[in-house]
Design a protein around this ligand. Structure first.
Ligand code: UDP
Length: 480
C-alpha cells in the first residue's frame, strides 16, 4: 500500500518465482494498475506469479474513491482512516486463502492484520520488514526500554539504550505516528503479528548489518531468533533496463534517453537528487535546492545533476519556476518530472552521488550501486535512523544538516527547512575528489561489491532465500 513497500515485495515475488516457487501476489486494484507494466512483463516471461486483487474498502473507511496507496491520501487527517481500513480486507483474504491455502504467507509489516488471518487458518507466516535492520533494532530497543516516556523535550538529544555503538537521536526524530494517542490498537496489532510470526524477512544483507542483525535476532527472542532472514538488496534482482524502467511504475522519462545523457558525462561526475515516492517540497524548499545545486556547479566544473521533481505536476507555480531554472542549467542539469528510473540512474558509472531522503529502499539501492550519499531525512519513522547508519556507522554519506522532521518544520514555520548554502556544501563535500571524499567513495564501492556478492549463488542473501523456501515447506509438514 506504498511504493516503498510494493517495489521490494514485487522483487521478492520475482525472486521466489525464479527459484521455482508458485507465488500469488495479493494487492488491490489501484495498486495493480500502477504496476501493470511489470505484471505484463512477468506474464510474458511465464514466471509463476499470479496477481490477485482484493477490493479496497474505501467507502467503508470514509476514504475517497481510489485512495488505495499512501501517496494517494489527499490529506494528513486521512492517514489514520487509511491504516484502519487495511484490516477490513481480512474477510476477502480469508475467503481466498481457505479455497487454496498456500504453504506460507509473507505479508508486509503494514499489513500486520494478515497475521491473525494466517494464524486462524494455520498457515505459516513471515513478516516482511521494509526498513533497515538497524531501524528495526532501534525501534525494538526504544519499545523495550520505554525511554521516550522519560524524555521531556522533543529536541533533547539522548542515546538509544542497548545499541552496540552510541547513537544519539531526538524524540522528534523517532516518535512514530503509531506512538500517538489513539493508535494503541494499531500498534498492538503490529506487536501481536511480530509475536505470532514464524519468521522475519528483511531487505538488507549480512555484510552490511551483521552485528545489528545478530543483536536484533537476540532481542526478538528465542522463537524468532533463528528465523530472521536478510535477503537483499532486492533491487539487484532486476537485471535489465526494461525491468528496471518499469519498477514501481513506468518511468516518466524514456530510460534510454536518460542513459544516453549519462553516457556523455565523466565517471562519478553526476549527482542524482530524488526524495522517494512520498516527499513533496514546498516551492520555497525547491528554490533552496536549486540554489544549492547552482552553488555546487560553480564550485566543481565537472559536476552535473539529475533532479527528480514530482512537485511540478501538482503546482503551476512550481512548474513556472522550474522551467526557468531548467533553462539556466542547460546541459549540466536534467530535470525529471514525475517518476524516475532510479536504479538505472544509480547504477550508471557517471553517477557519483545521491541526495536522498533516506527511505530504506533508496539507501540500499545506493549501497548496492556503490554510490555515496547526501542524506536529508524528512519524516519520522526510519529516515533519521537510516541517516545515522549511512553517515556515522557506514561512513558513506554526508548529512545536509536537517534535524527536525519536515512535518514539524511546516507546523513551526513556512520557511524552507534547509538553506541552499547547506545543500551546496554537502554536494561539494560528497562529489569532490579530496582525500576525505575518496575514502568515502572507496568504502561505498566496497559495500557495493559485497552487496552484489550477497545476491549471487552462494552469497548470504541468496542462501537465506533458499532457507526461507525450505522453511516454508518443512513448516507445512510440522503443522499438518
Ligand atoms: N523510486 C523510483 N523513482 C522515483 C522515486 C522513487 O524508482 O522517481 C523508487 C526508489 O527506487 C525506491 C522507492 O521508489 O525503490 C522509494 O522507496 P524508499 O524506501 O526509498 O522511500 P519512500 O518512497 O518509501 O519514502
Amino acid at each position: 500500500m506504498a511504493q516503498g513497500h510494493m517495489i521490494p515485495m514485487v522483487d521478492l515475488a520475482r525472486l521466489l518465482a525464479a527459484a521455482g516457487v508458485q507465488v500469488t501476489f495479493i494487492t488491490t486494484p489501484v495498486n495493480t494498475a500502477r504496476i501493470r507494466p511489470i505484471i505484463d512483463r512477468i506474464e510474458r516471461s511465464a514466471l509463476p506469479i499470479h496477481f490477485v486483487d482484493l477490493r479496497f474498502p474505501t467507502a467503508e473507511a470514509g476514504l475517497p474513491d481510489g485512495c488505495e496507496n499512501i501517496d494517494l491520501i489527499p490529506s494528513r487527517n486521512l492517514f489514520k482512516p487509511f491504516i484502519e481500513a487495511l484490516p477490513l480486507l481480512r474477510p476477502q483474504l480469508e475467503l481466498y486463502l481457505s479455497a487454496a491455502p498456500p504453504d506460507c504467507i509473507i505479508f508486509d509489516s503494514m499489513n500486520s492484520w494478515a497475521a491473525a488471518a494466517a494464524k486462524d487458518l494455520e498457515i505459516p507466516h513471515l513478516i516482511f520488514h521494509g526498513p533497515s535492520c538497524f531501524y528495526m533494532l532501534c525501534s525494538l530497543l526504544l519499545e523495550k526500554s520505554q525511554i521516550l516516556k522519560s524524555i521531556a523535550g522533543d529536541f533533547d538529544p539522548f542515546l538509544i539504550p542497548g545499541l552496540p555503538e552510541p547513537v544519539e537521536v531526538m524524540k522528534a526524530q523517532v516518535t512514530r505516528a503509531s506512538d500517538a494517542p489513539g493508535w494503541e490498537k494499531i500498534k498492538e496489532r503490529f506487536l501481536a503479528a511480530q509475536e505470532s510470526a514464524h519468521g522475519i524477512v528483511i531487505n538488507t544483507f549480512e555484510e552490511l548489518e551483521l552485528s545489528v542483525l545478530e543483536k536484533y535476532k537476540k532481542e526478538t527472542g528465542k522463537k524468532l531468533s533463528s528465523n530472521v532472514w536478510s535477503i537483499g538488496p532486492l533491487s539487484i534482482s532486476n537485471a535489465d533496463v526494461d525491468s528496471l524502467s518499469t519498477r514501481g511504475e513506468a518511468s516518466s522519462t524514456d530510460a534510454q534517453w536518460v542513459i544516453n545523457w549519462l553516457d556523455s558525462k565523466a565517471p562519478d561526475s553526476v549527482m542524482f537528487v530524488c526524495f522517494g515516492s512520498l516527499v513533496l517540497n514546498p516551492l520555497s524548499q525547491l528554490i533552496e535546492i536549486g540554489r544549492g545545486l547552482e552553488h555546487a556547479l560553480s564550485s566543481l566544473s565537472s559536476l552535473s545533476f539529475i533532479w527528480v521533481v514530482k512537485e511540478a505536476a501538482k503546482s503551476e507555480e512550481v512548474e513556472k519556476w522550474l522551467s526557468e531554472f531548467e533553462k539556466k542549467m542547460s546541459v549540466r542539469g536534467m530535470i525529471i518530472r514525475g517518476w524516475a528510473p532510479q536504479v538505472i540512474v544509480l547504477t550508471h558509472v557517471a553517477v557519483g552521488g545521491f541526495m536522498t531522503h533516506c527511505g530504506w529502499n533508496s539507501v540500499l539501492e545506493a549501497v548496492a550501486a556503490g554510490v555515496v550519499m547526501v542524506t536529508w531525512p524528512r519524516y519520522v519513522g526510519d529516515q533519521f535512523i537510516n541517516e545515522k547508519l549511512v553517515v556515522d556507522v557506514l561512513k558513506v554519506g554526508v548529512s545536509v544538516g536537517a534535524k527536525v522532521p519536515a512535518s514539524l518544520v511546516k507546523e513551526m514555520s513556512g520557511e524552507a527547512q534547509v538553506k541552499g548554502e547547506d545543500v551546496g556544501k554537502a554536494v561539494v563535500r560528497v562529489m569532490d575528489g579530496e582525500r576525505e571524499g575518496e575514502e568515502r567513495r572507496t568504502r561505498a564501492r566496497e559495500l557495493g561489491e559485497k552487496a552484489r556478492k550477497a545476491m549471487k549463488e552462494g552469497g548470504s542473501s541468496f542462501e537465506n532465500l533458499k532457507e526461507i523456501i525450505q522453511f516454508a515447506r518443512q513448516t507445512k509438514i510440522v503443522m499438518e
